[in-house]
Design a protein around this ligand. Structure first.
Ligand SMILES: [Zn+2]
Length: 210
């Protein structure tokens, strides 16, 4: 896919996320790796009204080359690309259900959402570490995300929201959507005792689709 097609796909997928309530206002940001750098949504932009020609273009060292200035949360994306060679795109949302789970104090810090469905396991993986709360823009967040991203495709920022990577832009968006649905199921079932996938079932899924 060439850069033009990638820009158009990013705008289309971001608009779809916005239209379905996965982001509001100027919350959330999306990036994609290119052969010569990165594209990322601009600072203060709405995922619902992106202009393909004004997406921020960054060089391989994340220096701003063109388009509008990049999201102030660009360091979250940089942490993932540095940690995961296979990551081709990163999606960060403040989506309601995943962020609700990110506000629960008593979840498992490695698996805040248990394996309820195969699709969550296939898209997000075995673990999704919870990163302790940092104020937005705190530079200490980047190494914390990077350390967790080395062992997981997605992280949950405490009291903030999810950051999800994928091999392609479409993969990363689908994983963020699956994560939001899994968070909703978890919150619906939290006061009951749902049947979870067993460790053996998770192993089989990851061996087959991971
Ligand atoms: Zn954020």
């Amino acid at each position: 896919m060439d850069e033009r097609a990638t820009r158009l796909l990013l705008v289309e997928l971001a608009g779809s996320l916005f239209a379905r309530g996965f982001s509001v206002g100027s919350a959330g940001n999306i990036s994609v790796r290119l052969p010569d750098g990165y594209l990322i949504t601009p600072t203060n932009s709405s995922l619902g009204r992106l202009d393909p020609d004004r997406l921020s273009k960054l060089d391989p060292e994340f220096r701003h080359l063109g388009g509008d200035p990049p999201s102030k949360e660009v360091f979250m994306h940089r942490a993932f690309y540095a940690a995961r060679a296979e990551a081709g795109a990163v999606v960060h949302l403040h989506s309601t259900m995943a962020t609700a789970v990110a506000c629960l104090p008593d979840v498992d810090a490695d698996n805040p959402i248990p394996p309820l469905t195969p699709y969550f396991v296939m898209r997000v993986g075995r673990t999704m570490p919870v990163i302790p709360y940092y104020r937005p823009g705190d530079p200490a967040m980047e190494p914390a995300i990077g350390a967790a991203a080395r062992r997981s495709r997605a992280v949950l920022l405490a009291n903030h929201g999810p950051v999800v990577s994928g091999k392609t832009l479409t993969d990363a968006v689908y994983a963020a959507e699956e994560l939001e649905e899994a968070a909703k199921l978890y919150l619906l079932l939290r006061s009951s005792a749902p049947r979870l996938l067993t460790a053996a079932q998770v192993d089989t899924l990851l061996a087959t689709f991971g």
